[in-house]
Design a protein around this ligand. Sequence first.
Ligand code: FES
Length: 107
Amino acid sequence: MAPERTSGDLRTAGIGRGWPVPVFVDGKEVQAFEGETVLAVLWASGDHTLHTTARTHEPRGFFCGIGVCFDCLVTIDGIVNLRACLEPVRSGMKIKRQQDPGYTHAR
Ligand code: FES
């Protein structure tokens, strides 16, 4: 049985969640739940800037949420340019908001 909602965050009330797992966003521990994407965790945290553009340093959020637009690029466990909307959270993963386009290609 999934645990009940544990805090007053932006997640929808009344929907069962997976077990809580810790992840680290820009070095700060954040509560996530098994089954969520990295995008869901970042969006629920309230800071909607996932990365900034290389040339004009404009903040970017997400657009499609299904892996098509590449607007949600983040660095996860040292791998740059991963789409936050496609990556399921794992306990202890280290997520960084990108300040540039990264140096390798997304997988
Ligand atoms: S939001 Fe479009 S690829 Fe992730």
